[in-house]
Design a protein around this ligand. Structure first.
Ligand code: FAD
Ligand code: NAI
Length: 470
């Protein structure tokens, strides 16, 4: 067994791990990143954020070409879907991005170790190479666990990635299913449901709760559901899937009301299971190292990402908090800087969340239900995109911006947007919150005209009751 010693070893090459490794190396620490997938970028670049956004973009273009261009005076005949070409574009985007991370590793001198890491003792890892060669032993002063998350299985429903798929299978279906049943009305269900609906599937979403997108501001969620229903989504809320079995080429599902009642059968060509993700620590040997997890399998860490074992840290989806790529990356940077002796932290109050449906939905800070539950008095300012000149010119007027500000101090507590490019617009609100801005600060900031972001300024003006354009 060969042996190598490092100052920092990162296990997992996702947006948490690869970013931590690059930042540590930039700060002069001898760093290695162990990844067993065969390519860098983790879930996000390989089977998550990036391929799903490629398909969302491509399918939106297809839908626009079929239905959205005539009112702009653009006539198209014979619009047709070339699914293999769409998938090839997605695969190329993934390959370019993952190779890009490999290039960055070379540039910043991070050693990329291809293999599966397992703790043999605190500070010691055995790495089994993916190509089956000789195992390596790595020792590290600091070891960072960034092993991510995996699909939560649904009891009674065996995923085969063909007819019963997880998000991974849903990113590579060989043909457009006539009917798609999505289990779970969360991020994945609504994004991948949107892709396949735009390409021609009849999509039914089965959700256990009585609302979609739990955790999101309720008004936004209700609006999103209404718009998606108008697009053709069928929602079966307060309903659970108790079984799903292959039936010829398709799947036969048994549904039940969430809290019991008569069973009902439903058929589908494809079923997508998207009921959440759980921390992934399989085969990592956490017991050998003595690292503890909580009752949800998440690695327990303190404010500085340190586990209970000296020299072992964890970041990203494998610890508590939103399972988002940018949250993982922020943690990666903060931890690397701490390991280099700097003082860094993550502001968990200003992490945006975006669902890339059409319209997009984006939030930062707290929603109305959360503020009410915490007994915090707040003022609300809202502005619809239907009154925004740019949105009208774009013929994309669905949705609104909502700003929640502290009733006394006017400090922005949350910003919630449903509408065109909400995921990009939200950045302005994140910066405002990061700097502790008041609604008046946003209202008094000059916004270029005509832009969609003017809706944010107007919503801020509305907090004081005097928007100009409505
Ligand atoms: P991961 O990206 O999961 O990386 C962990 C890596 O560790 C994996 O590559 C794994 O192979 C490796 N690994 C595990 N165990 C070992 C071991 N023992 N040895 C070596 N390597 C190991 N988030 C967003 O912010 N925006 C989005 O648009 C978005 N879209 C998504 C779409 C889908 C379909 C999915 C599934 C997720 C999406 N996410 C999105 C979530 C995002 O992918 C995750 O939050 C993010 O990837 C977490 O990063 P991470 O570094 O913690 O873990
Ligand atoms: P999710 O947590 O977003 O949604 C899961 C949904 O399934 C919830 O509405 C939940 O109530 C429902 N559910 C749970 N058990 C159920 C059951 N037995 N029957 C029916 N419904 C059930 O999880 P999802 O969509 O799987 O995504 C996992 C995570 O990946 C997200 O939470 C997010 O962190 C990340 N992600 C982020 C994206 C983005 O940032 N745009 C895109 C895709 C994923």
């Amino acid at each position: 067994m060969t042996e190598q010693a490092y100052e920092v070893i990162v296990i997992g090459g996702g947006p948490g791990g690869y970013v931590a490794a690059i930042r540590a190396a930039q700060l002069g620490l001898k760093t290695a990143c162990v990844e067993k997938r065969g390519s860098l970028g983790g879930t996000c670049l390989n089977i998550g954020c990036i391929p799903s956004k490629a398909l969302l973009q491509s399918s939106e273009k297809y839908e626009e070409a079929r239905h959205g261009l005539a009112l702009h005076g653009v006539k198209l005949d014979g619009v047709a879907l070339d699914l293999p070409a769409m998938m090839a574009h997605k695969d190329k985007v993934v390959a370019d991005n993952t190779r890009g991370v490999e290039f960055l590793f070379k540039k910043y001198k991070v050693d990329y170790v291809k293999g599966a890491a397992r703790f043999t003792a605190p500070g010691k890892l055995a790495v089994s190479p993916i190509d089956g060669g000789t195992a390596q032993e790595l020792t590290g002063n600091s070891i960072v666990i960034a092993t991510g998350a995996d699909v939560v299985p649904l009891p009674g429903v065996a995923i085969d990635e063909q007819a019963i798929v997880s998000s991974t299978g849903a990113l590579s279906l060989p043909a457009v299913p006539k009917s798609l049943v999505v289990v779970g009305a969360g991020y994945i269900g609504l994004e991948m449901g949107s892709v396949w609906r735009r390409l021609g599937s009849a999509v039914t979403v089965v959700e256990f709760l009585d609302r979609i997108t739990p955790g999101m501001d309720g008004e936004l969620a209700r609006n999103l559901q209404r718009v998606l229903a108008r697009q053709g989504f069928v929602f079966r809320l307060s309903t659970k899937v108790v079984a799903a079995k292959r039936d010829g080429q398709g799947v036969a599902l048994s549904l039940e009301p969430a809290h019991g009642g008569p069973r009902e059968e439903l058929k589908a060509d494809v079923v997508l299971v998207a009921i959440g993700r759980r921390p992934y620590t399989d085969g990592l040997g956490l017991e050998q190292a003595g690292v503890v997890t909580d009752n949800q399998g998440r690695i327990t860490v303190d404010d500085g990402f340190a586990t209970n074992v000296k020299g072992i840290y964890a970041i990203g989806d494998v610890i508590a908090g939103p399972m988002l790529a940018h949250k993982a990356s922020e943690e990666g940077v903060a931890l690397a800087e701490r390991l280099a002796g700097q003082k860094a932290h993550v502001n968990y109050g200003a992490i945006p969340a975006v669902i890339y449906t059409w319209p997009e939905v984006a939030s930062v800070g707290r929603g109305e239900e959360e503020l009410k539950a915490a007994g915090i008095a707040y003022k609300t300012g809202k502005f619809p995109f239907s009154a925004n000149a740019r949105a009208r010119a774009n013929a994309d007027t669905e949705g609104f911006v909502k700003i929640l500000a502290d009733a006394k101090s006017d400090r922005v507590l949350g910003v919630h947007i449903i509408g065109p490019d909400a995921g990009t617009i939200i950045a302005e609100a994140v910066i405002a919150m990061e700097y502790g801005a008041s609604a008046e600060d946003i209202a008094r900031t000059c916004h270029a005209h005509p832009t969609l972001n003017e809706a944010v300024k107007e919503a801020a003006l509305a907090v004081e009751g005097h928007p100009i354009h409505i």
